[in-house]
Design a protein around this ligand. Structure first.
Ligand code: 5AD
Length: 438
């Protein structure tokens, strides 16, 4: 989501005649896009800004420094008070004003700007993609379909930083997707804080299909589009209509990132998640019945207030039972103004760390086994481009969302290819096209 926001702001500035700087040392404007899901992310952004102020600002006093994103939204003016070098703080519903604000600052009309107000209809305002200029059209693109979240999980700051759920219309989203496909995009990931709640208020169910499934159907119609993904859903959104969509829509990839957060019913209730362990396991079972090859990943929080050793062991057991392809584990972090921050029985940091370690070992062990299972098998990937770590290798993803590296060249970019998997590394597969495509 944040990458998508950064890309939209960059595209907006490029459209106004700015160009992307190679490094921050030569940039005239440096905007840090921030996340506040955990305290660690906030501290990192603040530290980075302090370094920029000390290094870049010292040599070039005219450089404009700004924060955007969730921390900008939740802290606002406080950031200017704490970091006097900061010129600009743009809230999550105000991205589309970035160019105007920069103009005011660069022309000297205003010295500092903080805007974290809510904006009516903000969901339709940001849709620019970096398609022009020197940037090559990417093979895979993100499309924002909704913003905000009304779930109010007790640990989560997102409803306060992103605001109420607002959805774009289906024709508007389809038009953007069509445009991307006409420029060479092959895979689209529909984005939102809680995508399965898409259009809930405005679009009535039709023939048993929720608004979100109606959207999947509409996007699926786009000729030339090869693959559809979405993130992040909420388990409560996995009704039979969505499960059937996996079986029905060939472009919908066999992959699901479904945050479970905990394997214990009492903790799930305290978290205000709205499902039980049993219900979650039922969804996984149905998904695997519909698509046996489906890749399933999740998010888990350890050390939520009141989580006992026994509760945690239920989460461990759930990880064993489901055998996630991967799981992102988060040590519970107290977020201001969230109900969980003041709940009794906060878990000591040391125990949060210890549980994190134990769960990580389990997740890695299961993940390694799942990845090794692919060795010797033939699998289909969409080639995205050179690997980030080693530009001599090309990188693609399987339909179940596993990264595969192989010796290829730029001409493979954007192609759907069959590879034979020869080796598995840490959450990465290695493949050989030669064997299959002789
Ligand atoms: N502490 C730790 N992890 C959190 N997440 C959200 N809020 C918190 C918090 N306060 C995690 C959840 C969510 C993921 C994006 O971040 O697991 O799914």
């Amino acid at each position: 989501m944040n990458e998508r926001d950064s890309e939209a702001v960059a595209a907006q500035l490029v459209a106004k005649g700015y160009s992307l700087a190679k490094t921050e040392n030569v940039a005239d404007v440096i905007l840090l896009n921030t996340c506040s899901v955990r305290d660690f992310a906030e501290q990192k952004a603040i530290g980075k800004m302090q370094n920029l102020a000390a290094d870049v600002r010292k040599n070039r006093p005219d450089v404009v420094l700004g924060f955007m994103g969730c921390m900008a939204q939740s802290r606002g003016q406080e950031l200017l008070d704490k970091l006097p070098d900061v010129d600009l703080v743009i809230g999550t519903q105000k991205f589309h004003h970035t160019a105007d604000y920069l103009e005011e600052i660069l022309s000297g009309a205003r010295k500092k700007i903080v805007d974290v107000a809510a904006e009516e209809k903000s969901e339709a305002t940001i849709r620019e993609h970096l398609l022009n200029g020197s940037a090559k059209t990417s093979v895979s693109a993100f499309v924002s379909i909704m913003q905000g979240c009304n779930q109010y999980c007790t640990f989560c700051i997102v409803p306060y930083t992103r605001g109420e759920e607002r959805s774009r219309t289906i024709p508007d989203i389809v038009a953007e997707c069509r445009e991307l496909v006409s420029r060479g995009v092959k895979e689209i990931t529909l984005l939102g804080q809680i995508v399965t709640s898409f259009g809930k208020r405005d679009i009535p169910n039709q023939n048993g299909k929720s608004a979100f499934v109606q959207l999947l159907d509409a996007v699926h119609e786009i000729e030339g589009l090869e693959r559809i993904r979405f993130t992040s859903p909420h388990p409560k959104g996995y009704g039979d209509d969505l499960i059937e969509a996996y079986a029905r829509l060939p472009k919908l990839c066999e992959s699901a990132h479904i945050p479970v957060q905990s394997g214990n019913d009492r903790v799930l209730k305290l978290m205000h998640r709205g499902y039980t362990r049993e219900k979650f396991l039922g969804i996984i079972k149905k998904l695997r019945a519909a698509k046996p090859e489906i890749g399933i990943t999740t998010d888990i929080i350890v050390g939520f207030p009141g989580e006992t050793e026994q509760d945690f062991e239920e989460t461990l057991a759930l990880a064993h039972e489901v055998e996630f392809d991967n799981a992102y584990i988060f040590k519970y972090s107290q977020r201001r103004d969230t109900p969980a921050a003041t709940m009794p029985d906060q878990v000591p940091q040391k125990i949060r760390e210890e549980r994190n370690q134990r769960l990580l070992e389990t997740v890695n062990e299961i993940g390694a086994r799942k990845y090794e299972n692919f060795i010797g098998r033939q699998t289909q990937i969409l080639v995205e481009g050179p690997s980030k770590k080693n530009a001599a290798r090309m990188s693609g993803r399987t339909r179940c969302n596993k990264i595969v590296l192989f010796d290829g060249t730029a001409r493979h970019r954007g192609q759907i290819m069959d590879l034979k998997i020869t080796r598995a590394g840490s959450f990465t597969l290695y493949g050989d096209p030669a064997i299959v495509n002789l």
